[in-house]
Design a protein around this ligand. Structure first.
Ligand SMILES: Nc1ncnc2c1ncn2[C@@H]1O[C@H](COP(=O)(O)OP(=O)(O)OP(=O)(O)O)[C@@H](O)[C@H]1O
Ligand SMILES: O=P(O)(O)OC[C@H]1O[C@H](OP(=O)(O)OP(=O)(O)O)[C@H](O)[C@@H]1O
Ligand SMILES: [Mg+2]
Length: 287
């Protein structure tokens, strides 16, 4: 009997904004995910992985303690926790900015925050940012719906997650100061610890999902005179594949193209004389 291979323990958000996207990404990477949102642990025996569904705020704590090997959480949550954990890779979902906001007519700047009451769910993140700028405020720690704190007279300003800005606008608030942080879902591991078993494979799989989501495969035919120019338009990730066609003086080219650029790239190739331009989705890959 072959010895059991070590299992990697992965923390996944159990609810909130990141939960569904995190599970969807892991599923796309070939891992089993829970079907019942009340399930707390799931053992994916085929892949040698154990998933623990936890509050996103707690994930950096477990990973920092070394109880779990890696976790999916938000960059803002990691920095807020001050846990000894490190970002391994960004995951491309749950993008937001972390910003200061105040009533529209407040005319504030970060320097003017000295002594004011500042409400936030991320005191660790805000305190570090302000300390670096020599500003100290009276921090009021709230669990959520922070935008309402000003109207209710609990705070003068807030610092919170902003995605579309709708919540702020509805509360009559506007942004001031530079963004404190650009956040998104990230993979984290414990700082200064040996690499957990299976991490390299997990990272390869997640990278594969990111590439499959963000790129398309483009095929086209082009005459020999303009092959070089065509390859400048579609340089691919490393180098495009160029193969001779049965038709004399023509080549077939195949290259990966960033998905948002695909339509413009097709127009440019057409102008150059390329024909039979085909775009296909990438289902999965290892780059
Ligand atoms: N509107 C949003 N858009 C993108 N990311 C968001 C948004 N709201 C929260 N997040 C991200 O979700 C993470 C916070 O997790 P949390 O569980 O608190 O989410 P939540 O949506 O606030 O959930 P809940 O309000 O149910 O507690 C942070 O990384 C934060 O940046
Ligand atoms: O810029 P927007 O698109 O409006 O999104 C930002 C809002 O979304 C989150 O709130 P959530 O709904 O999670 O409520 P909470 O404040 O209670 O966490 C966040 O805390 C902001 O309030
Ligand atoms: Mg929230």
């Amino acid at each position: 009997m072959s010895p059991a291979r070590p299992t990697i323990k992965i923390a996944v958000p159990n609810k909130g904004s990141l939960s569904e996207s995190a599970s969807a990404m892991l599923r796309e990477a070939g891992y089993a995910q829970r079907s019942d949102p009340k399930e707390l642990v799931l053992f994916d025996e085929a892949n040698g992985v154990e998933f623990f569904y936890l509050r996103p705020r707690d994930i950096a704590v477990y990973v920092g303690e070394g109880t779990l090997d890696v976790g999916l959480t938000g960059r803002d949550m990691l920095l807020d926790s001050h846990a000894p954990a490190t970002e391994v890779m960004p995951l491309g979902f749950g993008r937001s900015r972390f910003r200061f906001a105040a009533p529209v007519d407040a005319d504030l700047s970060v320097e003017k925050l000295q002594g004011l009451r500042l409400a936030t769910s991320y005191p660790g993140l805000v305190e570090t940012y302000l300390a670096e700028r020599g500003v100290s405020t009276r921090l009021i720690k709230l669990d959520g719906a922070v935008e309402t704190a000003i109207r209710l007279g609990v705070a003068d300003v807030i610092a919170d997650v902003v995605e579309t800005g709708t919540t702020l606008r509805q509360a009559g608030l506007s942004l001031f100061g530079e963004p404190i942080l650009q956040s998104e879902g990230i993979l984290i591991r414990r700082s200064d610890a040996p690499e957990p078993p299976g991490l390299a494979q997990l990272v390869r799989r997640l990278n594969g999902v990111l590439v499959a989501r963000n790129y398309v495969m483009m095929d086209y035919d082009v005459s020999a005179e303009v092959v070089e120019a065509a390859c400048t338009i579609t340089p691919g990730l490393e180098s495009p594949t160029v193969a001779p066609l049965a038709r004399q003086g023509w080549h077939a080219v195949r290259a990966m193209v960033p998905k948002p650029d695909a339509q413009q790239v097709m127009d440019d190739l057409w102008e150059l004389g390329a024909r039979a331009i085909l775009v296909t989705d990438i289902a999965a890959c290892r780059i």
